[in-house]
Design a protein around this ligand. Structure first.
Ligand code: KG4
Ligand code: ZN
Length: 340
C-alpha cells in the first residue's frame, strides 16, 4: 500500500527576505528566496520598504517555488505562513497572501512561529541531516533574537534566556557599520576575521544575570574604541580591519558559549541545536563543534541554506502542525511579538 504524500506550500516574510518553499512530507522540494537589496543603502532594514518589496516579490517567489518543485497549486494540501515575530507590515503581506490562497483553494491554513521554525529546520530530511534528540537546548541567534530555549518536543518549547536589549545579529551588523562595512555586516565580519588576531583587542563581555544576554554595551564599547583610535590615526580601521573583526567575532562567540555552558549546567541537557542567521558564522560553528569533544555535548548545526530566514523551516513546522491538524481559521492575525 502506498501512502499519499503531503505537499505543504510555505511562505516566510517576517523581515527583509520574501521566501517560499514546497515540502513533500519532511523533504524540501524547493526553497526560494528573494533578498531585498534595497536596504543595503540604508545600512539596515527599512520596514516600509520591506513591506512594499514583499508585495512585489511574493507572487513570483511562490511561482518559482512551485515550478522548481514541479508541483501545481491543486496538489498543495496546506499553506503554512509565518505569523510572527517580525515586522508587522512584512508579516501581513505573507499572512494575507496565505489566507487568500487557502480560501481560494479551500485547503487548511497553518500559522507558524518564526522562532520555532528556525529550530525545527533541523528536522528537514535530507542526505546530510543530523537531527537533535529531545529534549535539547535551542540557541536561536539572529538579527532580531538571541534566545536559549528548552525544546521538549516539536511544539513544546520553553524560553529560558534571551537578550535584554540588542540581538547578537545587531551586534554584528552595527559593529560592521561602524567599521564602514555594508549591511548585513555579519557575513563580512566573518570573512575578514579569518585573517585576523582574535586577541588583538580586548573587548568587554557583559555581565548579565541568569541565562539572559546583552549586546548594547558591547556595541558601544567597540564604537568608542574605533572613535578613540581613529582620532589618533585616521587609518586605524583600514590598518586593523581584520584584527578588529576577529576580536569582535571571538568575543561574541565566547559570550554565547559561556551562556550555553551555564544553561547546560542548570538544565542537565547536553544536546544543543543552533538556529538563526548568525548560526552561519564560521567561528560559532567551529567553537560549538569543538564543544562536543571538549564538554561531551551533542551539537546540531543547521545546513547553511536553513540558517538565515527561509521558507523551508516554516514548511517543516507546517508539516508537523498538519499531522496534528493544528489549523488556523481566516481570522488569524500576524503578530510582531509572539511567544512560544
Ligand atoms: O535569521 P536571520 O536571517 O533574520 C532574522 O530573523 O533576524 O538573521 C540575519 C542575521 C543578520 O544579522 C546577519 O548579519 C547575520 O544573521 N548573519 C551572520 C552571518 N550570516 C548571517 N552573522 C555572523 N556571521 C555570519 N556568517
Ligand atoms: Zn529569523
Amino acid at each position: 500500500m502506498t501512502t499519499k504524500n503531503t505537499y505543504i506550500l510555505a511562505i516566510e516574510s517576517s523581515c527583509d527576505d520574501t521566501a517560499a518553499a514546497v515540502l513533500c512530507n519532511e523533504q524540501v522540494s524547493s526553497n526560494k528566496i528573494a533578498t531585498q537589496k534595497i536596504h543595503e543603502q540604508y545600512g539596515g532594514v527599512v520596514p516600509e520598504l520591506a513591506s512594499r518589496a514583499h508585495e512585489q516579490n511574493i507572487v513570483p517567489v511562490v511561482q518559482a517555488a512551485l515550478n522548481e518543485a514541479g508541483v501545481s497549486l491543486q496538489q498543495i494540501d496546506a499553506i503554512a505562513f509565518t505569523k510572527g515575530p517580525g515586522l508587522l507590515g512584512s508579516l501581513m503581506v505573507g499572512a494575507s497572501f496565505a489566507k487568500s490562497l487557502s480560501l481560494g483553494l479551500q485547503i487548511p491554513l497553518i500559522a507558524v512561529n518564526h522562532m520555532q521554525g528556525h529550530l525545527l529546520a533541523h528536522f528537514i530530511k535530507d542526505a546530510s541531516s543530523c537531527q537533535p534528540n529531545f529534549p535539547f537546548l535551542g540557541l536561536t541567534i539572529s538579527g532580531g533574537h538571541t534566545q536559549i530555549v528548552i525544546v521538549r518536543d516539536y511544539f513544546d518549547m520553553e524560553l529560558i534566556g534571551q537578550t535584554i536589549d540588542d540581538a547578537i545579529g545587531e551586534a554584528f551588523d552595527k559593529t560592521a557599520k561602524n567599521l564602514g562595512l555594508t549591511y548585513p555586516g555579519g557575513p563580512l565580519i566573518d570573512k575578514y576575521a579569518k585573517n585576523g588576531n582574535p586577541k588583538a583587542f580586548k573587548l568587554p563581555k557583559p555581565k548579565v544575570k541568569d541565562l539572559d544576554f546583552s549586546f548594547s554595551g558591547f556595541k558601544t564599547a567597540v564604537m568608542y574604541l574605533i572613535r578613540k583610535e581613529t582620532a589618533k590615526n585616521p587609518n586605524f580601521i583600514a590598518e586593523n580591519l581584520e584584527d578588529l573583526c576577529a576580536s569582535v567575532q571571538y568575543t561574541l562567540c565566547q559570550i554565547l558559549l559561556d551562556k550555553v555552558k551555564k544553561a547546560v549546567k542548570q538544565t542537565g541537557i547536553t544536546s544543543i541545536a543552533l538556529g538563526g542567521g548568525v548560526s552561519a558564522n564560521s567561528e560559532i560553528r567551529d567553537v560549538f563543534t569543538k564543544a562536543q569533544s571538549r564538554f561531551g555535548w551533542q551539537v546540531a548545526l543547521p545546513k547553511f541554506s536553513y540558517t538565515t530566514d527561509n521558507a523551508a523551516m516554516i514548511g517543516i513546522a507546517g508539516y508537523y502542525k498538519f499531522l496534528k491538524k493544528d489549523f488556523s481559521d481566516l481570522s488569524v492575525k500576524a503578530q510582531s511579538r509572539i511567544h512560544f
